[in-house]
Design a protein around this ligand. Structure first.
Ligand SMILES: N[C@@H](CCC(=O)N[C@@H](CS)C(=O)NCC(=O)O)C(=O)O
Length: 214
């Protein structure tokens, strides 16, 4: 069966790799699974056909035969369990890698999304200027904690895992803010993720969609 994922017909970031299909593409590339992409417009995402796949009307989704999934954490976890390369064999190391996946989406991503909302959707509000430093500091606090744990290690817990894939994907959204560059180890960690051949293939594939003449 061919794996099919969905992605934006036209990503709001114009192909910077920030739309969440990139992390699913990356995982698929890491485990060397071929896939196809069905592009969806913002309108189609809210139509019944897409809502049957994704109850919140978002991308990405994942279909493989009679299995349909939404939520990038669940999709990446599914791929990591089914194929070698993204989770360690040792049971405890595997559990820790999974914990890092949850930490990425549950603990690190929320303040980063809050910052994106503040910058994109709230910038015209009269209180925007006053609030922004508070939101930035919440992100800084998380980054500091993460950087302390990472130290100068290459990856969060031994070899590269699905935990790193999710964490780097989440951190990449901070690039435009400049906050990532405030910690050299964290910036190097993200750069190591971007340097992986599988990430590069995933990035190029989503960029091709967004730069194609249509
Ligand atoms: N927690 C979800 C978030 C999915 C999500 O926010 N997708 C964005 C694209 S990156 C989206 O579809 N936004 C359009 C919308 O919410 O209408 C996941 O990780 O899959």
């Amino acid at each position: 069966m061919t794996i099919i994922i969905t992605a934006f017909e036209r990503s709001p970031d114009g192909g910077k790799g920030l739309a969440r299909d990139t992390r699913v593409r990356w995982a698929l590339e890491e485990v060397r699974q071929p896939y196809e992409v069905r592009l969806v417009s913002f309108g189609a995402m809210k139509e019944p056909a897409h809502l049957a796949l994704h109850p919140f009307g978002q991308i990405p989704t994942y279909e493989d035969g009679d299995l349909a999934l939404f939520e990038t954490g669940a999709i990446v976890f599914h791929l990591a369990e089914r194929h070698a390369g993204l989770l360690p064999d040792d049971a405890n190391a595997r559990a820790r890698a999974i914990a890092w996946m949850f930490a990425a989406v549950n603990t690190v991503e929320p303040p980063i999304l809050e910052l994106a909302n503040a910058v994109i959707f709230e910038r015209d509000k009269p209180w925007a200027k006053e609030r922004l430093p508070l939101v930035q500091d919440r992100v800084r606090d998380r980054l500091k904690q993460l950087a302390t744990r990472l130290g100068d290690a290459d990856w969060l817990d031994g070899a590269f895992s699905a935990g790193d894939l999710m964490m780097v994907s989440v951190l990449l959204r901070l690039r435009p803010s400049g906050l990532l560059d405030e910690d050299a180890n964290l910036a190097a960690y993200v750069a190591r993720g971007e340097a992986r051949p599988a990430y590069k293939r995933a990035f190029a594939a989503q960029l091709a969609v967004n730069t194609a003449k249509r």
